[in-house]
Design a protein around this ligand. Structure first.
Ligand SMILES: Cc1ncc(COP(=O)(O)O)c(C=O)c1O
Length: 309
């Protein structure tokens, strides 16, 4: 028997622990249908899904092509492991992603969500420096930006920089070298919109000059730091960061979990500044919110460091 509306509301308050929600004050909002950008709750009230279910449902709810694709998949197989095995859907999606990404990104590692895509990139970067032909195991740290948000697993929290979310977990986290967030809205005194890019790049240059020998990778949300409050970077900043990571021999991790899959007007945000990172992390819009799935794309250089007998 289906639960009554009252039971649903009560259980939602008592049993479901909602993310980023103060449960002492939570008033249930229970949706039961979605159509395009409209969500309908159990009382029949309609809401505009103005946040695309937190940046995931980028094609809307119950999109006919996506619904058909899911049905078609269910007719064949629900899940197969990727440990030493594959299936045609995985292979076709990987191929499509490398075709969409900058040509240097030719290999795709799938995982489950944005945080995991970042964990994968952090670990691959670390392992790359240990395993490449000319190993540099001392390069085992990371550079990230103030107010960065990369997810809620411990590695992604370590590179995250939003004090309200991350501060109390300090004792569990690894140290990160932190660069100021290039914020075009709250510019420091004496910095103009025109000088902002050079100003923030100069600070990063100085920081990398001090720490590069011990840094495996720099992680950035390209163009927009979404969770920081839609903090828009100055034009040219991403390209400048790519040049600095090359200058200091540091791998670049582009976290496109929020900005990828068309969210900034191009399929990938990196395209807008002709940047090819060493790692590209995708999730959220990748499945239009239909399934938890993430991808970490990387280069042949990294891939080669993992091959052996
Ligand atoms: C830039 C960025 N990276 C990573 C994540 C984490 O993604 P997920 O919630 O799927 O773990 C988010 C989530 O908002 C994000 O905005």
């Amino acid at each position: 028997m289906s639960p009554t509306r009252e039971e649903l509301l009560q259980w939602d308050r008592e049993v479901v622990w909602h993310a980023f929600t103060q449960m002492a004050e939570y008033e249930p909002v229970v949706f039961e249908r979605g159509d395009g950008c409209i969500l309908t709750d159990i009382h029949g009230s309609k809401f505009i899904d103005g946040v695309s279910s937190l940046w995931c449902n980028i094609h809307g709810h119950r999109h006919p092509r996506l619904d058909d694709a899911i049905r078609d998949q269910l007719e064949r197989v629900a899940h197969v492991t990727s440990l030493g095995a594959s299936n045609s859907t995985t292979i076709q999606l990987a191929k499509r992603l490398v075709d969409l990404a900058p040509t240097s990104l030719g290999h795709v590692f799938f995982s489950d969500d944005g945080a995991t895509a970042i964990e994968v990139a952090l670990k691959m970067a670390f392992q790359y420096w240990h395993q490449r032909r000319d190993p540099r195991p001392e390069k085992n740290g990371y550079v990230a930006f103030e107010n960065a948000y990369h997810g809620d697993t411990l590695g992604s929290v370590s590179v995250g920089g939003v004090a309200r979310f991350h501060q109390m977990f300090g004792p569990l986290l690894f140290d990160v070298v932190r660069s100021p967030a290039p914020d075009m809205y709250r510019l420091p005194v004496g910095v103009t919109r025109e000088s902002a890019c050079g100003y923030y790049l100069a600070q990063l240059d100085q920081l990398l000059g001090q720490h590069a020998e011990k840094v495996a990778a720099l992680v950035i949300e390209p163009l927009v730091q979404a969770a920081a409050g839609m903090l828009v970077h100055p034009p040219g900043f991403l390209q400048g960061v790519r040049e600095l990571t090359r200058k200091y021999d540091i791998l670049l991790i582009a976290d496109e979990v929020a900005v990828g899959m068309g969210r900034t007007g191009t399929m990938l945000a990196c395209e807008q500044e002709n940047v090819a990172p060493d790692f590209l992390c995708l999730a959220k819009g990748l499945t239009g919110g239909y399934l938890p799935l993430a991808a970490t794309l990387t280069t042949n250089e990294v891939w080669q460091a993992f091959l052996g007998d």
